[in-house]
Design a protein around this ligand. Sequence first.
Ligand SMILES: NC(=O)c1ccc[n+]([C@@H]2O[C@H](COP(=O)([O-])OP(=O)(O)OC[C@H]3O[C@@H](n4cnc5c(N)ncnc54)[C@H](OP(=O)(O)O)[C@@H]3O)[C@@H](O)[C@H]2O)c1
Length: 386
Amino acid sequence: MPRAFSISADSIAKERSRVGDDLEKFDVSRVIALDELTLREMGPNDVQLRILAVSAEHNVDHAALADTMNIAEARGGKIYPGNSALGEVVGVGDLVKNVAVGDIVATHCNGEPDIYGYALRIWAYDQPDSIGWYGEEAMVGDWQVVKVPLDCGLNLWEMAALPLRAPTAYHLWRRAIGIFRVKVSREQRARINVLGFGGGVSELFLMLAHHEGHRALFCSGSKERREHLEGLGIESIDQNQFNRFAERDDVKAFNKHVKALTGGEGAHVVCDMLRGAVYPAGIAALGRQGVNVSAGWQLGMNVKHNSANLSVRQITLDHIHYETLDGVSAATELYGRVFKPTVHKEIYAFEDLPRAMEEMHQNSQTGIPIVRVAGDMPDSVKSLIP
Ligand SMILES: NC(=O)c1ccc[n+]([C@@H]2O[C@H](COP(=O)([O-])OP(=O)(O)OC[C@H]3O[C@@H](n4cnc5c(N)ncnc54)[C@H](OP(=O)(O)O)[C@@H]3O)[C@@H](O)[C@H]2O)c1
């Protein structure tokens, strides 16, 4: 039986009781446990995967903390998490046409598309009966995998950083620029100021903006991440310089700084995946007609704004969930050409996945955390392992 990680409602309850419900003291690694899995029988449209590498994702963190909702409990007491993986196709059903045995593919996290193609639910999270890919093997539908461009110039770990984050960034960007263009034409302002706050999704968002000729500004507390983006031509702002926006005066100073950098105009687009203290800073730094986009709430779920103030400034707040299947394929085409992610310096062994999740939770990593699942890699990717 393949090994796979699971999160159970019992282990969440045990950890919550250990720390007296204080999420500051919660240790995610105590909740994610190595387990076993029986794969379902292959159907005509199914693809069997051997998982090569996965990236640690915050929805797993949210599932372990049960802070957004207790998803393990809601799903009957246990989930198998993980919805960002690279795998080798080891078997296909009779009707599968998009991939063949030997292909290297990426997964995505769309659980069930709505009538417009957007995710109603997320795979390995709230999609009923969905089994995730933090395991050695998986059985998936053919619609859940996209061939990765192995010749894109990225190494295997960099590619493994992208299956979930790249489509999210792609969707955020097309929404943000589309909304801004409803208000301000290209003739009026061709090159806009785009600001993103620390994190893998924001980094990729800024790479898209920069690639399209816009001015991209990355505000992060991580020196390693700032340096990586500077190497790609993206300007950086040290978030620690503004005390991580702990006080109103820090937000004011940050706003002043952004306005000074942008000739008084401010940011036309802000990507804020974190909320919490970052949210007011992002709103303050927006210029007239600005757009604030988000698909995350890592530091806080609830936000407040002054409707009159945002109306007068013509500010738009946009919330997204996830890209369509077509958008996922489009984002995959941009691996290496546009998306050049930062990867954390340690590549974790499979057994160390819980520690990778806890270190992500602690924000002590230097880039996107990658876990190597397969010991023996297929020949097609051997040269892509640094
Ligand atoms: N809807 C979707 O499809 C989707 C997809 C991916 C992610 N998300 C959500 O988006 C959020 C970010 O995900 P990600 O993958 O981009 O994260 P990530 O790569 O792990 O980065 C997280 C960032 O959080 C920042 N951070 C941590 N503690 C902070 C604090 N106290 N103050 C300010 N910044 C802090 C860090 O910024 P510094 O560099 O400044 O330290 C870090 O770079 C998560 O909530 C995740 O669930 C949603």
